[in-house]
Design a protein around this ligand. Sequence first.
Ligand code: URA
Length: 426
Amino acid sequence: MQPASLIAIKRDGLELSDQQIDSFISGVTSGAIPDYQVTAMLMAIFLRGMSPRETAALTAAMLHSGTRLQWPPNGQPVVDKHSTGGLGDKTSLIIAPLLAECGVLVPMLSGRGLGPTGGTLDKLESIPGFRTDLSITELQQQVLQLGCVITGTTAELAPADRRLYALRDVTATVPSIPLITGSIMSKKLAESPHALVLDVKYGSGAFMKTAADAAQLAASLVRTGHSMNVATTALLTDMNQPLGGMCGNALEVLEAVMVMQNHGPPDVRRLSLLLAAQVLVDCKVENTHEAALSRCEGLLQSGAVCERFLRMVEAQHGDPRLPLKIAPATELVATRSGFLSRIRTEQLGYAVIALGGGRQQTKDTIDHSVGLEMLVRIGEQIEAGQPLVRIYSRQPESIHQQILDALELSDTAPSEPLPLIHSRMT
Ligand code: URA
């Protein structure tokens, strides 16, 4: 069938068959379908949506557009975690070595910063020498030797997503649940995992602003994972304030290392433990959440996770002494007393970009040394003159007001504390 006829089916709100989706994605991958027809289809999907069956077929077709990682058939579980992205989210740095310590294989293929949320690869590249461009052979070898890798996806894995994502980015078709599902799950399923845990975030710093929208995305991701026989669970987690204190590449590596040394902010620690424990239960390495959680806590306390992280850094050519550059700090103080009632987290993410810690355009280079350290959390009582945020920057003070404006103080305490975990979908 001609691409125009396939586009017409979706334009009219009808369902595409699995074969029709396969044929369209083949044309996307080979380049036989030109950009104008691909983007017309993306907009039709954006406006008309896709049924669960179509979404699963889209994901399968995108997955089969490339190769998949291969693992020895010895039954050793292969697992991964994915986050839909949030400010200060550095849990991947902790979870990959933590799971490797539990004896499972973790081929974590990560991404770069997208809009106001940071990217794991950018964080790791603040470590001098760290390589995030391993080939498929290199990454598979490292996983088999060390248990974990965190590197960028390669051109051979789900290549259809590269073309589709680049076109979505410039045609306002990114926020579509079937397209996000196909994009995320085709790349994760290309790792050939037995189990996946997904951290689907909602709130002022997340892609999905409400828990209800995040639940719809989570349901689509989980259903699609199951359709490919992969044990998949999503945790819906709060992103109405940054996770932990540090936001910015090198700062976040330092905070993750603190957690691995059994210090660090309780929310980063708790979320890392819960996500890791979930996937250990899902891949049947542990029978109960309690057992999985207590094993993970013990490993964090022992220092073994930190040691394995540093071995991973070394294996990827990074300097395990972590000689990270951090820009000079200035503190911003409260101009009045009150309760911290709301944080415009996305605005803080854009402030990190403005400091140089993220990209305005894909070709921009990043200053890994800059960022913010949140000194207060939502619900806290604040006195005038109290430090709220530490800014690590070499730039003039023009950004300070934007950061202060992102923190809302009120006269009364918020009625309820923000829950870190909203719900679990499996
Ligand atoms: N992350 C992805 O990899 N793809 C999307 O579509 C959105 C977030």
